[in-house]
Write a protein that binds this ligand. Sequence first.
Ligand SMILES: O=C(O)CCC(=O)C(=O)O
Ligand SMILES: [Fe+2]
Length: 355
Amino acid sequence: MIRGFVSANTKSPHNIFSGLLKFEARWYCSISFGFKDKISPELCDNLQRNGYAVVDEIFEKVTIQQIREEVLNMYNGSHMHKNCTHLVNNATKRLVEKHHIHEAELTLDHNIQSMAPVCSQLNNDRSLPVMLNLFMPKLTLESQAIKLQVNSGGGGCFPCHFDSDEQVDGRKVTAIIYANPMWQPGDGGQLRLYPFPYSAPIDIEPVSGRMVLFSSTRMLHRVLPSAATQRVCLTVWLSQLRSRQRGSPLFAGSPLSSTFSADSDQTKQIASLMQPHIRNHVLKMVYAQEWAESIELSHPYTLERDGMVEQHWREVEMIRKALKSCEPTIQYLEDVCKNSHESMPNLHKLPISWF
Ligand SMILES: O=C(O)CCC(=O)C(=O)O
Ligand SMILES: [Fe+2]
């Protein structure tokens, strides 16, 4: 729809789009959230190529302050619930609480919307998916859902995870907006991204006004323990309609061993290992130890937590067996990523399909 609108005009898409957004803004919101200026072709190019992008000062300071106050009011008024890890084992599904992480689903809950008017306006503002679609038309984002979150100190954190999976829902892009005006390095709570094999993990500080965008299905991430008493953020999940998903029939539902064909040539092996579905498994193997530790750090001690860690190691073992013929190549990738960028041979040129 937007592409049709743009191609019918001779002005640059960016300008035409600003006009359209101003028109919409008059009807839908009194706050301008700044996406139309901040989501640029360069930013989207980074997102497309690296799987993530960071933009600072996404909103005015006063807007960030209002968002922080609204989220903390929700927390202090006990309108948030504890965040849980969803544990799927065979046919059973259980929830395991994380400690010190509280959240509320804004988009699904009209009560929360009425108590958080600025966050609600953000929920109604469609300019983020619209701008991303403009510069990354293949995304075809059609909906957004917002979660409010407080990490209440005490080392609260998230284990290594992907936000979604093509077979679970239509989430494609995660955007996290931080509202922590007093944040200092000793507070912890950095978002750690794993853009393997382009580089070693990257830690992003949760400073006020910063927005981090990344691939919901293919960017492994975790949150480091937070000592700050109130680390606040909003998460926006941007989704395609499930019927529009460009599912990969090659991988859908197939066990790893039947979809992977090892080639003796190392370059070909690397290309095979970097196919999205296989890459996600390779990541679990490469970061197995850190992944296990992050599960332990994020949940209070219970038998269920032990079970989660055991299940993790069983999965790592299965992946190791399935990818046995590529072990030296995986070891090579691992070594390269653990050493500095200088020694990294052309791995950043490998085309990873992030979206
Ligand atoms: O708190 C953050 O920075 C990220 C949280 C996260 O990864 C999630 O909610 O899935
Ligand atoms: Fe996440």
